[in-house]
Ligand binder design. Structure first.
Ligand code: ATP
Ligand code: MG
Length: 200
């Protein structure tokens, strides 16, 4: 399974609908400073709900909504919105249909050769709201988490290696480094479940 395409809509510096293709093996994004490369990674973390522990670069969720700045047009109505869709290529069947059906809570998920995970943040005058969708079905973050965990993508995992992570790993004690290996090997999940069970 790999990311096939990212669709950003009014997310951070992407003030218009932007589609970014990803290749199966390797994709490199280059561009001048401040052109939005890191914002693309923030988009992936935001959409997949991985942001809390992997440090998205924003103080609050609504900072992620495109801000046209001084020379931009005023956004009328007081409602602002951003969304990011991650389209996963699941043609290798890494995640099977039953898992998608389970996470979406309905069998009307369509074809699962492609899995779409979308998150939307909306700001009104009084409040803000966050929504997740799986193949266009409204779901909770926990549903997305469960599904991604089947494919080995977890917030604690190292699917996303942030700036500074490598230095941090080098400076760790052997014990801390072992914890990372447990996490990547998928053992940590069972340790956590065991601890939860003992706590109950
Ligand atoms: P570098 O090479 O320096 O790492 P980069 O390509 O990674 O640069 P980003 O950090 O992705 O650049 O983009 C930073 C830009 O995004 C800044 O110009 C900032 O003003 C803009 N930006 C961040 N949030 C928003 C927002 N909500 N609305 C509009 N622009 C935003
Ligand atoms: Mg950057």
């Amino acid at each position: 399974m790999h990311i096939k395409e990212l669709v950003l809509n009014d997310f951070k510096s992407f003030g218009r609908k932007t589609r970014i293709p990803f290749y199966e093996d390797f994709t490199v994004i280059t561009g001048p400073n401040g052109s939005g490369k890191s914002n693309i990674i923030d988009g992936v973390l935001f959409a997949l709900g991985l942001a809390r522990t992997r440090g998205i670069r924003a103080e609050k969720l609504t900072d992620l909504i495109y801000n046209p700045g001084d020379d931009g047009e005023a956004t009328g109505g007081g409602v602002r919105e951003a969304s990011v869709e991650v389209i996963l290529d699941n043609s290798d069947g890494n995640v099977d249909r039953s898992q998608v059906v389970n996470a979406a809570g309905t069998d009307k998920v369509g074809d699962v050769e492609e899995i779409s995970i979308r998150r939307r943040v909306k700001e009104t005058d009084e409040n803000y709201y966050s929504y997740y969708y799986l193949n266009d079905r409204s779901v909770n973050l926990s549903d997305i988490r469960d599904l991604l965990a089947q494919a080995g993508v977890t917030p604690e995992g190292y699917n996303v290696v942030m700036q500074g992570d490598v230095t941090e790993i080098i400076n760790m004690t052997p014990f801390q480094r072992r914890e990372i290996i447990d996490e990547i090997a998928g053992v940590a999940e069972f340790d956590a479940k065991k601890e939860d069970a003992f706590a109950e």
